[in-house]
Ligand binder design. Structure first.
Ligand SMILES: NC(=O)c1ccc[n+]([C@@H]2O[C@H](COP(=O)([O-])OP(=O)(O)OC[C@H]3O[C@@H](n4cnc5c(N)ncnc54)[C@H](OP(=O)(O)O)[C@@H]3O)[C@@H](O)[C@H]2O)c1
Length: 252
């Protein structure tokens, strides 16, 4: 019997695979039978993931998982990745940053930094892959957005703005690519327990804001596995009738 939820025979590119949601997605995608191409900036964490990836025995003679260390905001590194990609059946765009900043303090440099990775990288990467015809028919592109594009939080204007732009891009991509059999969907996740939210003092949410935010989750905060399960669904043929949508996760 055919299992529509299986990813056997597919090759999937995952950005942001060195941490959090991307890492868990890569593990589950490989465990679901796909060959994965993983990328991230941190070489040690990316290697650690790579070492744990399942190699599906009957696929191993054809394709092996691949790993690329790259800062995707650097065009040469982005181009190097795209040039070395085999034909793929899906992209999971997980690379991204967060950074709370009250609206009145937002300056151009902050906009440039946030949009460079959260918006420009997925848009440029997708465009370059499409122009090089590396995405085959019957494929699926997934963008990570946030529930904060609908439900604002203090200091989230810049982050949510970059993700709202991505949602609009994804819907348009879905329209433009539907005739080629390429689907595009977003996941609007609530708060997920990853390194992105673990170190509030350094890069992320202030502790007080985090506590306030946690109260908004009747189902508790998410685990990377929760999001990875949805990602596998969107990559699989089980979702072949779904494009141009955004899935809200978290019960906020
Ligand atoms: N966690 C949440 O609550 C939550 C909720 C909704 C949506 N999201 C979105 O889900 C995605 C994954 O988040 P996460 O929580 O898993 O975050 P995370 O653990 O901080 O991981 C972020 C990933 O992005 C990579 N990255 C950042 N800047 C990069 C750059 N310039 N070039 C290449 N890679 C870069 C990081 O690479 P290195 O670590 O190697 O530097 C890392 O692998 C993000 O887009 C985030 O906005 C997260």
């Amino acid at each position: 019997m055919m299992d529509d939820f299986s990813l056997t025979g597919k090759t999937i590119l995952i950005t942001g695979a060195s941490s959090g949601i991307g890492r868990q997605a890569a593990l589950l995608i490989a465990g679901s039978g796909a060959t994965v191409i993983v990328t991230g900036r941190n070489p040690e964490r990316l290697q650690d993931l790579f070492d744990q990836l399942v190699v599906t025995p009957h696929l191993s003679h054809v394709t092996r998982h691949l790993s690329f260390v790259a800062d995707l905001t650097v065009e040469a590194e982005l181009d190097h990745l795209v040039s070395n990609l085999p034909p793929i059946n899906g992209i999971v765009h997980c690379a991204g940053i967060v950074g709370p900043l009250p609206a009145k303090f937002i300056a151009q440099a902050d906009i440039d930094r946030m949009f460079a990775i959260n918006y420009c990288v997925p848009v440029n990467l997708t465009g370059k892959i499409l122009r090089k015809k590396k995405l085959t028919g019957n494929s699926s592109v997934i963008f990570m957005s946030t529930i904060a594009t609908k439900n604002p939080y203090f200091g989230g204007a810049l982050y949510s703005g970059s993700k709202a732009a991505l949602e609009a891009y994804s819907r348009t991509l879905a329209l433009e690519m539907v005739s080629k059999g390429i689907r595009s969907n977003c996941i609007m996740a609530g708060l997920v327990d990853t390194p992105m939210i673990e170190n509030p003092s350094e890069k992320n949410m202030q502790e007080e804001a985090l506590e306030r935010y946690l109260k908004r989750y009747p189902l508790g905060i998410g685990r990377p596995e929760d999001v990875a399960n949805a990602i596998v669904f969107f990559l699989s043929d089980a979702s072949k009738w779904i494009t141009g949508t955004s899935l809200i996760m978290g019960g906020e």
